[in-house]
Design a protein. Structure first.
Length: 702
């Protein structure tokens, strides 16, 4: 029984309360569902599982309308099921985007029914999960009239899993769930993972790490010699990928692979991978054919090129557009797409300016089936960054926004840090591209090749994500990718109810904990004024991005005797000028720059006065202290659930919150001592120890 080995997450399907039991039973205890495609078998399985859990009894499954029943649930397309064609407007259904669905409560020949319909089988999967979510959340279903379409065409999870090795780069939930040694043998866990993804609308999965080759640095997540990521492109590798794809296909999730740019050399001993070399071109064409022969619904390639030791077109003096277009040409006849990452930086004084300088001049040069995948901020998934300038600069290029679901810089598998509010901030940010009211989310929604990618978070751990509460980030990522207009409260409420049940005290408490967790993390990890990279980032072996160590990389936060922050104004690194004028003006002036990003854009004296008269250094102290207070408070709030949440999950989260308090204190103490040492200005409230060495704090050994 899988649920004993690992958690069901938000798909627990606990029995519903009395309030809706009768109406749910009337309309859903009998199910008339279409058969045929792999997706439809997944629909039937899910209904069996979901309705059994919610109603305490297996539903009857029919292949024709059950005329004896007082009501039933019908799932299928209007073409296949006359009863559905009778109950909904066929044209409206036909007009739905791929993945879109309609759910209606109808009366049909005297029976009280619910109809779930769509124009594609994938839409039926989403519609089914949506109906089950409504019931899980205790919503009435007697009067449903729901039409949903995904706002973003592509909604992909990128695994940074190292095949064969089974380690996960920046993964904090144990080994990779993908057991490539044993594939093509399948595991039940793949099915359950596909269910989790489909239940929140994710439609693509990249199975392997963007680092496909051993980088020079032997990091904690090193690669081993022998089989590596690029070997999935061999005949043997593709057989394994095809097996995995067969599971995900049932849930409407398309498979993708990260590829190494030098694959012709690594796999077939070519002496070049130059994108303008005809032999290389032919190699990729052949490879694409092999891939599509094995996996007809293959989504495409994800590429990290010329970044952190990975091969790329720069090796041959070619541009990123030339590089990406080579692969795009090979994939185009098969309907595949290249996802080309914009995470490229070298030795520039200010790393923030680089992605724009590299890619903006190439706007319009990428083929139609290339998507440029841009991290949300200009540096690297920090607790808070401004939104990347590329979102306002690439109007002739399909863009995807890359968010990090795994908590590399936000407490990893230990800290509770709910990232949906961070992502909302990114998605709602006004780029001013088309004048005022042009939020980032509009840049990559709507267009066929655009979308949202999230760096994966799951591993072999029974919790999937390393911390029960971080499951909320995976859930929230999918829901936002489907509909970036959903508010945080709605997403949180859905997740808590599905995961912990509907007891109002539990829902309120856990929602509140999640809500306050990101601001707390920002405060104790950065001081809350837009500083970044205060964590340990030293020699590769210890590059853990977890422990506090502001002294390790002063270049990232610009600390000096006279002040703190990086000057990215027009007079400084000029990063600010990459934004649209109106945005640039706001950030350029410390008086108008939002306080939470102030030191990202400005190097200011320690005693620079903020709007309320507090000095910069004092605000940094205050925020570090209040961040810790907040974490203590989160822990108290969780403790109040000791008798209501089951023991296993209660203790697991309680232990992590205990550890988070210890770590937050450590962060606070390290940061305030550092600020004090450089500013020489004591905390007004006397909380900061007066003499602390300026030290690099080594990571803990355990
Ligand atoms: O955030 C950094 C990580 C690397 C990662 C890289 C990237 C996959 O520290 O581990 O490599 O970004 O996004 O490529």
């Amino acid at each position: 029984m899988p649920s004993e080995a690992y958690d069901d997450c938000w798909l627990r399907y606990e029995p519903v309360g009395d309030e809706h039991h009768d109406s749910y039973r009337t309309r859903c205890a009998n199910v008339y569902a279409s058969v045929g495609s792999p997706e439809l078998s997944a629909v039937r399985d899910e209904l069996r599982r979901g309705i059994s859990g919610l109603l305490g009894r297996e539903p009857h499954l029919w292949q024709h309308p059950p005329r004896s029943a007082a009501g039933f649930l019908a799932v299928g397309t209007p073409e296949e099921m006359a009863m559905i064609a009778d109950s909904v407007s066929i044209d409206r259904v036909a007009a739905l985007d791929d993945g879109g669905f309609r759910i209606r409560s109808v009366e049909w020949e005297g029976a009280d029914c619910v109809v779930v319909t769509a124009s594609t089988d994938r839409g039926l999967v989403y519609g089914t999960f949506h109906l089950l979510r409504l019931m899980t959340n205790g919503c009435p279903i007697d009067d449903l009239d729901v039409t949903e379409e995904p706002a973003n065409h592509e909604r992909v999870i990128d695994h940074w899993d190292n095949p064969f090795r089974r380690s996960v780069e920046r993964g904090y939930a144990g080994p990779s769930i993908f057991d490539w040694e044993r594939l093509p043998n399948l595991r039940e866990r793949y099915v359950d993972y596909a269910r989790l993804l489909a239940s929140v609308g994710i439609n693509g999965v990249v199975f392997n790490n963007v680092n496909t080759k051993i980088p020079d640095r032997a990091s904690a997540n090193e690669f081993v010699s022998g089989k590596a990521g690029w070997q999935l492109l061999t005949e043997d590798g593709l057989e394994r990928v095809a097996a995995l794809a067969s599971v995900f296909r049932r849930y409407g999730v398309r498979p993708y692979l990260s590829v190494n740019y030098a694959a012709p050399m690594l796999i077939d001993d070519y002496d070049t991978a130059d994108p303008l070399d005809p032999d290389v071109e032919e190699w990729w064409e052949r490879k694409a054919e092999e891939v599509y022969d094995a996996i007809p619904d293959f989504g495409g390639f994800l590429v990290k090129a010329d970044s952190e030791g990975q091969n790329g077109p720069y090796d041959y003096g070619r541009t990123h557009a030339e590089g990406a277009n080579l692969l795009a040409r090979a994939l185009a006849p098969h309907g595949g797409r290249v996802w080309w990452r914009a995470f490229v930086y070298a030795d520039h004084d200010d790393r923030a300016v680089q992605a724009y300088e590299t890619f903006e001049p190439l706007n319009g040069e990428f083929h139609d089936n290339v998507t440029l995948q841009v991290k949300n901020g200009p540096v690297d998934f920090q607790p808070r960054e401004p939104v990347s300038t590329l979102f306002g600069a690439m109007d002739e290029t399909d863009l995807a926004c890359e968010l990090q679901v795994t908590q590399e810089y936000t407490g990893q598998g230990v800290h509770t840090c709910y990232l949906v509010p961070q992502w909302k901030e990114v998605l709602d940010f006004d780029t001013h591209v088309g004048g005022e009211g042009s939020p980032t989310k509009n840049v990559f929604s709507g267009s066929e090749g655009a979308g949202i990618a999230g760096v994966g978070v799951v591993g072999e751990d029974p919790t999937w994500t390393g911390n029960y509460l971080s499951q909320a980030n995976l859930y929230g990522f999918g829901r936002l990718a489907w509909n970036p207009d959903l508010d945080t409260e709605t997403i949180t409420d859905e997740w808590v109810r599905g995961t912990f049940g509907g007891d109002p005290a539990v829902v309120d408490t856990i929602s509140g904990i999640l809500h306050d967790s990101w601001p707390a993390t920002i405060d104790y990890e950065t001081g809350g004024l837009g500083l970044i990279h205060m964590m340990y980032n030293g020699e590769a072996r210890l590059e853990n991005h977890y422990d506090p160590s502001p002294a390790a990389w002063p270049g990232y936060h610009g600390t000096s005797e006279d002040g703190i922050g990086i000057d990215r104004t027009s007079g400084g690194s000029g990063y600010v000028d990459q934004y649209y004028e109106l945005v640039a003006e706001i950030y350029d002036d410390p008086e108008t720059c939002p306080e939470e990003l102030l030191l990202f854009f400005h190097h200011l004296p320690w005693e620079y006065e903020l709007t309320d008269g507090t000095t910069v250094v004092q605000r940094l102290y205050d925020n570090c202290f209040s961040g810790v207070e907040m974490v203590r408070d989160l822990r108290e709030r969780w403790r109040a659930l000791a008798d209501t949440v089951d023991d296993r999950r209660y203790r697991h989260v309680a232990e992590r919150l205990d550890e988070q308090v210890v770590q937050a204190e450590r962060w606070r103490d390290t940061l305030v001592a550092f600020f004090y040492e450089h500013s020489g200005i004591p905390d007004e409230h006397g909380r900061v120890p007066l003499a602390e060495p300026n030290r690099v704090v080594p990571p803990r050994e355990d």
